[in-house]
Each structure stands twice: as structure tokens, then as C-alpha cells.
Design a binder for this molecule. Structure first.
Ligand SMILES: [Zn+2]
Length: 372
């Protein structure tokens, strides 16, 4: 198993008030280190390489890439609004091209290692957060879509990829990247677009042309908790991935589903998240190749704990519940959460009713395509 990271990835801030705080990656690495997980056998740490402009342009329009490059060099780019830049979500900042190219490079380093057989699992926590980036525009904190770019190289090498996105937001940029392809099965399980950015990711979005049926969306009701989230996940994700029979599993492990996340409304705990990683790990070990990237996550404690737990799951080490005392960055005592307060029955019924509707739609026109 390989961990792909460098502290350069933690230094770049989009703005001082921006909710995406790259320091979360540094905290994660420090917590993994304090737990001595890097000392375990068969664990390696790799520095990311930088993605080239040519690689970025496999998935992004060159005019847009030029605009990002100009802004990065400090130029005023009059067309930046057309390209989704210069907004509160995606501020125009010097250095943005280089930082994003390194982030994309971390995902490429992980995916190349796994596809070449150098590791069975690679985890690049800086990746995944660009899952809203579109071919011709930045969106939702994303600039260059690292997952789309990395999978492009795998598809070119003749590999079939199952992409599973458990971020609280719909992975719309990745869906767009492979909407007409039957080589990449995209599955996104997220808070419904009725209530949350980017406002898409409904069951009816199933793909076009050759890709018809290969785009799967699982929109959930706000305040869905661990048990309910897993009830839906279990019925959809493992059976579809197995039926698709991919060569590689690619997972986006956003932890903005956490009940303390300031931007979203799902109510998972760190242990609920980690159970999902365990289930993805079973699929990954069946397939034999598993690339994992990070994603959203705006509560610093939840991010550091959840991704450390995910790392331990990947190397099959049982963590004690208490956080080592030498990790004193975030005043964290334990890995597992005390679950959020009980939801009133009437709301639980509403949540279940919404999620049942999602499942019924998936049973009628998504699962049959795969004979599930
Ligand atoms: Zn998100």
C-alpha cells in the first residue's frame, strides 16, 4: 500500500476565509504518523509528481487551461468569469495552476503505481476535491478534475474502471467526463441535489450513447445517518461494481458527509464513514487494484480522524479508539464519534420515504441493466 503526499499540498490556500483548508492534509499525515501506521510492513510513502499541461488537456479545453495559467502567473484574465474563476468558490489566485497540477499529479502517481502493479492500493488524499471541475470551467473548489484525468490514462490503456464517489456532493464533473462511456462506471452516493450544490445527481441521469446505464446516482435525504446510508449503499454499490467487473476500483472518499461538516446536511459519523471504506476495501481486494483519493471535508477533526481510520482500514490494522497523545494539533480525544442526537420518528420516516423512492427508481431502471 502506498500513501502519496507531500506537505507542499497543504500550503496553498484559495483565500483566508475559504472553507477548503489544505492544512487538513497535513493534520491527516501527522495523525497517521502519530499512530505509527507508516511503520507497518508493506507501507510506502511517495512524493507526487506534477501533472503536465498535456495531461491536463486530455480532459480540459486548452482555452480554459490557458486562462488558469494566465491567472496563475498574476495576469488579469478578462474571460475568467466565463471559465468559472474569480468567484467566492473558485477565487483567482497566483500559483493556482502549479498547485492544482501537483494535486492532479498526486492522483496520477497513485493511479500509475496501482495500474503498473507497483502497489495493490494507493491513497492520495489531496485528490478528489476537484470532482466538480468541468471540461471548460472551474466549479465547487475544483479546477482540474484529477479523477477524470487519471482515469483517462487507464481507459487509454484498455482498463475498465469503477468510480465510486461517497462525497456528500454529487460528483458531477466526473459524471460529465464519462457520460457517454461504457468503460467507466460512475457511481455517486450523495445528499440530493434538491438541497445541496451542485443541484444535480438524480437517478434519471444514467448516461448517453455507449454510456447509457453506466452513470449511477444515489441521491439521499438530508440528515441520513449511518445505518440508513449503509442500507442504501449495500443494495446499490457492491452489486453494481461486481456486475460491472472492472479492472480497477477508483474511490473518492470525501468526508463532508460528517454530521459536524459546516457545508452539508448528511449525518454520518467517522465510524459510519470507515465502515464504507471497509466495504470498498472488500471490493478493492476482489478486483486487486484500488486507487483511493480524498475529496470534500470541511471539519478539520473529522477529516484527520476519518482519513487516518481509512488508512488503517487499507492496511488492515485495527486502531485503538484513543488518539495518541503526541498528536495535539486539534484537541481530539478519540477516533470514533459519539453519534449525533436521536432524530425524531416523524423525520426518520420522511428520510426513509425519500431514500426508498431513490431505491425504487434505481431498482426499476438502473439495476436491470446489469441484471442485478
Ligand atoms: Zn463535497
Amino acid at each position: 500500500m502506498a500513501f502519496v503526499y507531500s506537505d507542499e499540498l497543504s500550503k496553498y490556500e484559495l483565500s483566508t476565509e475559504h472553507p477548503l483548508r489544505p492544512i487538513r492534509l497535513h493534520h491527516t499525515k501527522e495523525l497517521i504518523k502519530a499512530c505509527r501506521l507508516f511503520d507497518q510492513p508493506h507501507v510506502s510513502q511517495l512524493k507526487p509528481r506534477v501533472a503536465s499541461r498535456k495531461e491536463i488537456e486530455t480532459s480540459h479545453d486548452s482555452e480554459y487551461v490557458s486562462c488558469v495559467s494566465a491567472i496563475s502567473n498574476g495576469a488579469i484574465a478578462p474571460r475568467m468569469v466565463e471559465f468559472g474563476l474569480g468567484t467566492p468558490d473558485n477565487p483567482a489566485r497566483a500559483g493556482i495552476f502549479e498547485t492544482t497540477a501537483l494535486c492532479v499529479g498526486s492522483t496520477l502517481t497513485a493511479s500509475e503505481l496501482v495500474t503498473s502493479g507497483g502497489a495493490d492500493i494507493a491513497f492520495a488524499p489531496a485528490g478528489g476535491v476537484h470532482h466538480h471541475a468541468m471540461p471548460r470551467s472551474a466549479a465547487g473548489f475544483g479546477v482540474f478534475n484529477d479523477a477524470v484525468i487519471a482515469m483517462k490514462a487507464m481507459v487509454k490503456a484498455g482498463l475498465k474502471v469503477a468510480y465510486v464517489d461517497i462525497d456528500c456532493h454529487h460528483g458531477d464533473g466526473v459524471q460529465v467526463g464519462y457520460y457517454d462511456s461504457d468503460q467507466v462506471l460512475t457511481i455517486s452516493i450523495h445528499e440530493s441535489g434538491k438541497w445541496l450544490f451542485p443541484g444535480s445527481g438524480f437517478v434519471e441521469e444514467t448516461g448517453t450513447g455507449d454510456g447509457m446505464g453506466y452513470s449511477v446516482n444515489v441521491p439521499l435525504a438530508p440528515y441520513t445517518k449511518d445505518e440508513e446510508w449503509h442500507r442504501v449503499f449495500d443494495e446499490v454499490v457492491p452489486p453494481l461494481v461486481r456486475a460491472f467487473s472492472p479492472d480497477v476500483l477508483f474511490t473518492q472518499l470525501g468526508i463532508d458527509t460528517h454530521f459536524q461538516d459546516p457545508l452539508t446536511h448528511l449525518s454520518l459519523t467517522t465510524q459510519g464513514f470507515n465502515l464504507a471504506v471497509k466495504k470498498l476495501g472488500f471490493l478493492g481486494s476482489e478486483i486487486g487494484k484500488w486507487v483511493a483519493v480524498g475529496g470534500g471535508g470541511y471539519d478539520l477533526s473529522a477529516v484527520a480522524r476519518a482519513w487516518t481510520m481509512a488508512f488503517a482500514t487499507m492496511i488492515k490494522v485495527e486502531l485503538p479508539n484513543s488518539v495518541p497523545p503526541e498528536f495535539n494539533n486539534l484537541n481530539i480525544g478519540a477516533f470514533a464519534d459519539i453519534p449525533p442526537p436521536t432524530t425524531e420518528d416523524k423525520y426518520l420516516q420522511e428520510i426513509r420515504k425519500h431514500n426508498d423512492q431513490t431505491l425504487n427508481q434505481i431498482r426499476s431502471f438502473v439495476l436491470p441493466k446489469f441484471n442485478v
